[in-house]
Design a protein around this ligand. Structure first.
Ligand code: GDP
Ligand code: GDP
Length: 448
């Protein structure tokens, strides 16, 4: 696990530090122990702010009863917390205005190397206007105008924190490691599409099989082998071999449908699913259903038109299948469509190459900074609509997960964002940020 960035909340008593702490840590916070003799030294917790995760340290526990002094012990501890933090939130009470103790804290914070973000709390309504204005004289620039109690200003706080606590590099390294594992590949398709022929062909030519391994499920086994790419690198592949793929013992059972269990196993196991079509039969409704299921489950999909060696009217066949796929799989346009011959081996190297590339896109992570630079341009080029005359304000976007990629978009009235606009963003993410034709999820959230 990568270490989370650390943020310290600093400020004189009663400005609202604990209120902010509780809001960021949420319900799960370990409650302050009220038993006598239990020192309430430091409150730390895992904070979630919109899409950001970090550790938060509330220095409220360092205070004494007399709010007008800053005793040595408190100051030393607060200083230590600030020094160890990636950023400090310096909170003032904008209703009370700036008092000498605020100025004293400001003075020693200015000598710290830790970046300081000024937070003017209790600024809901107009009562805080003067304090907000006064706080600019503290020397930390414009404050984040905030209300911990009402949850106002969270998006601005996010923006202010982001540059200081962006995802640490170690975490991206972990992602890289995951990508270097064997490519988990499944091949599905109707009976007679050519699945066994294809597997025998690639395995026969590669001759580096280290499996078969013990069963993944009762009906499937894994085959590990090394594939040699164009540059001559050995790249491990783990292929799921389902019952439908193995040479069929009971030919009578070979119904003209894909085994639902095979598809299920393939989807559960695989990172990339290859759907094999028989070019002499074209794309049928059942193929589209399988393709749709693979994408719905968030797996990367590659489609291969097999028996291309005997396919007639190749260009109209290809274009027909391409069109039917784009129409039938509207949520992910441009799913890779390859032509192969399991019999001759033509196109198989390219198919595996594309399977690896598709997994790379499926595992890809972009930084929040990169993402939001793109996002600002996309929103400027095509601003969101204003249903009922009220503009939907889109604030920022963050990638919450990979494999498959998932994004969270924050803004006001996002619940009214039309599906067409969401598609505009998702398609842009795919096209401009290297996600290709993998399923991309977008979640909308209004800052609370
Ligand atoms: P701390 O001593 O800095 O930890 O401050 P607390 O979080 O205990 O808050 C002190 C008082 O200010 C409490 O009564 C809070 O309810 C109140 N308070 C905190 N945030 C806000 C705010 O945004 N607006 C208003 N009006 N009151 C607040
Ligand atoms: P499965 O049921 O999907 O495993 O399909 P098989 O691998 O058993 O193949 C079904 C039939 O299609 C067999 O007769 C294969 O020889 C034939 N076949 C498979 N791939 C090709 C191909 O690329 N070209 C041609 N012409 N025939 C193929």
């Amino acid at each position: 696990m990568a270490k989370l960035p650390v943020v310290a909340i600093v400020g004189r008593p009663n400005v609202g530090k604990s209120t902010l702490f509780n809001r960021l840590v949420g319900k799960k916070l370990a409650l302050v122990d009220d038993r006598p003799g239990v020192t309430r030294d430091r409150r730390e917790g895992d904070a979630h702010l919109l899409g950001l995760d970090f550790r938060i340290v509330d220095t409220a526990g360092f205070e004494t009863d007399d709010p007008q002094t800053l005793p040595g012990r408190m100051r030393a501890q607060t200083q230590a917390a600030v020094d160890q933090a990636d950023a400090a939130l310096f909170m003032i009470d904008s209703r009370a205005g700036i008092v000498p103790l605020d100025e004293e804290i400001a003075q020693w914070l200015r000598n710290s190397d830790t970046p300081v973000i000024l937070v003017a709390n209790k600024a809901e309504g107009r009562a805080g206007d003067t304090g907000v204005y006064e706080s600019m004289a503290l020397g930390f620039g414009d404050p984040v105008v905030f209300s911990a109690e009402h949850g106002e200003g969270l998006a601005d706080l996010f923006d202010a924190l982001l540059p200081h606590i962006e995802r640490p590099d170690e975490e991206e390294d972990e992602e890289e490691d995951a990508e270097d594992g064997p490519l988990k590949l499944a091949i599905v398709g109707r009976p007679n599409a050519g699945k066994s022929t294809l597997v025998n062909k690639i395995l026969g030519e590669q001759r580096m099989i280290t499996g078969p391994e013990a069963g993944i499920t009762r009906d499937s086994i894994a085959i590990d082998w090394q594939w040699t790419d164009r540059e001559g690198n050995q790249r491990p592949i783990r292929l799921i071999d389902t019952a439908g793929l193995r040479k069929k013992a009971k030919v009578d059972d070979k119904l003209e449908r894909l085994s639902a269990a095979d598809t299920r196993h393939a989807i559960d196991f695989a990172e990339v699913v290859v759907l094999l079509l028989d070019a002499t039969r074209g794309l049928e409704a059942q193929d589209l259903r399988i393709a749709d299921q693979v994408l719905q489950e968030g797996r990367a999909l590659v489609i291969a038109l097999n028996k291309w060696d005997v396919a007639e009217n190749q260009s109209s066949l290809f274009n027909g299948v391409r069109g039917a796929l784009d129409e039938g799989l509207a949520q992910v346009k441009g799913v890779p469509l390859m032509t192969v011959s399991a019999e001759t081996g033509k196109g198989l190297d390219m198919l595996i190459q594309v399977a690896f590339e598709t997994r790379d896109a499926w595992s890809r992570r972009v930084t929040t900074g990169q993402l939001n630079r793109w996002f600002e341009g996309a929103v400027e080029k095509n601003p969101p609509p204003a249903p009922g005359g009220k503009r939907i304000k889109l604030r920022f976007i963050t990638q919450a997960k990979t494999r498959p990629p998932g994004f969270v978009l924050f803004g006001t009235r996002v619940d009214q964002l039309p599906a067409s606009y969401q598609r505009y963003l998702v398609n842009g993410i795919r096209r401009d940020l290297g996600f290709g034709a993998v399923p991309v999820r977008l979640t909308l959230r209004a800052p609370k």
